[in-house]
Design a protein around this ligand. Structure first.
Ligand code: HEM
Length: 408
């Protein structure tokens, strides 16, 4: 399925299945109609009442940045009517004081300094063990073996879930994040996760534990404890927010390094380049390309007037390739001068887990590079299916077949 738009007689096409890259379309829109009265997807399957009547997309960096900062006019309250149906009322849909209070409660656990203690005790051992499991095989699909698995194991440990529940947690997480393609499986997983997390919360109401669920059970806003439902909503949000994005961004970065072997060699040799490689990977292949906001009043942006109640696609994928901010933006280059990207959004909803995502990706790459050498991408793995980055809203490689040798 494709979307075509016509500017000055030239038709530009966007593949809505995500099989081909959306970046040429984004680039064209940045040049011709950066505040576009249109939609980046197919809403025909949505029930009538959920179908937005007026839709716009922002493609340029400055416009996306400005709209994220102006959260009174560009609100995220409409998430209650979409993902809220599955997750409950989460901080993602909150605004003003409610958002401030709830975010403050959970933010402590995700501060860079709070995470430091988890590197030697949880994150390092999880990553080392995962690579140890495959290092003598000589080959692997890194998506299956590593990129999905490491954030799942790390978040389940940080939440304090019992080790024996890992398979169940993995199955339910996969079910929940596949909701876009299989709504029934997604809803079933959401219900099972609700009951599962409720038991975990009840255990901690009886005896508090030193983990993220324990922190949430102990937390208070103006003397009031968080309700079970508020805690469960936050925990369920962590799966799409924390697992899906990280497994996709780390897969994208590995794909980009493997397909740019000279840059892979640089990072192998000089590990202090890993943080810059992570940022360039997030800029160049933004794992979540677009999020939405709704206007609360008429607003002028990029020289256009958008009416109230319009749904706005904030195209971070396009903003991250804006040529007014980056030279030669369609080139993946870990050596380019540092310039902040917008893959973690901005304003009050800027990603709460960005320090965790950066930390776990850095540690995962270090574990991999320490344990295997001669890492080579195998584009033709004999299955007939090309290995590439796919997707429109969420993007990541379908697979990452590689060969390697165990390090001495
Ligand atoms: C590379 C990985 C990640 C990317 C690209 C990413 C991206 C984002 C983006 C774009 C938003 C804003 C969504 C919106 O406003 O509509 C967001 C919010 C959020 N993210 Fe992340 N995320 C990542 C990793 C994580 C991790 C590891 C966690 C936690 C375990 C996490 C937890 C959250 C939460 C709780 C929010 C909501 C914050 C709020 O509403 O105040 N994210 N993330």
């Amino acid at each position: 399925m494709t979307l075509s738009t016509d500017h000055d007689g030239q038709a530009v096409t966007l593949d809505l299945t995500g099989e081909t890259s959306p970046y040429p379309f984004f680039e064209y829109m940045r040049h011709t109609d950066p505040v576009w009265h249109g939609r980046l997807g197919d809403t025909s399957q949505l029930p009538e009442e959920l179908r937005p009547s007026d839709e716009w997309v922002l493609f340029g960096y400055d416009d996306v940045f400005q709209a994220f900062r102006d959260d009174r006019i560009f609100t995220s309250a409409a998430y209650d009517k979409t993902i809220g149906l599955v997750m409950g009322h989460t901080i993602l849909a909150m605004g003003g004081k409610e958002h401030h209070d709830h975010r403050n409660l959970v933010a402590k656990a995700f501060r860079a300094t709070a995470l430091e203690r988890w590197e030697p005790s949880v994150i390092g051992p999880v990553c080392d063990q995962l690579v140890d499991e495959i290092k003598s095989d000589g080959h692997a699909d890194l998506v299956k073996a590593v990129t999905f698995e490491f954030p799942t194991r790390i978040i389940s440990t940080l939440l304090g879930l019992p080790r024996e529940d890992l398979d169940l947690f993995r199955r339910l997480s996969l079910g929940l994040i596949s909701i876009q393609s299989d709504i029934v499986a997604g809803l079933n997983a959401a219900t099972e996760l609700h009951d599962y997390f409720l038991k975990q919360v009840e255990q901690r109401r009886r005896k508090i534990t030193d983990d993220i669920i324990g922190d949430l059970v102990g937390a208070e806003i103006e003397g009031e404890k968080l309700t079970d439902e508020a805690i469960i909503a936050f925990l369920r949000l962590l799966l799409p927010a924390g697992l899906e994005t990280t497994y996709r961004s780390s897969g994208n970065l590995l794909f980009l390094l493997l397909t740019h072997p000279e840059q892979l060699a640089m990072v192998y040799q000089d590990r202090s380049l890993i943080p810059t490689a992570i940022e360039e990977g997030l800029r160049f292949e933004t794992p979540l390309t677009t999020v939405t906001r709704t206007t609360t009043q008429e607003v002028e942006i990029g020289g256009k007037t958008i009416p109230p109640d319009a749904q706005i696609g904030m195209c971070m994928g396009s903003a991250n390739r804006d040529e007014s901010r980056w030279t030669d933006p369609n080139r993946f280059d870990i050596r380019r001068p540092r310039q902040a990207h917008i893959a973690f959004a901005g304003g009050i909803h800027m990603c709460l887990g960005m320090h965790l995502a950066r930390l776990e990706t850095r540690v995962m790459l270090d574990s991999l590079f320490d344990r295997v050498t001669d890492l080579v991408f195998v584009p033709d793995d004999g299955t007939g299916e090309e290995s590439k980055i796919v997707g429109l809203t969420f993007r990541s490689p379908n697979k990452l077949p590689v060969t390697f040798n165990p390090a001495a």
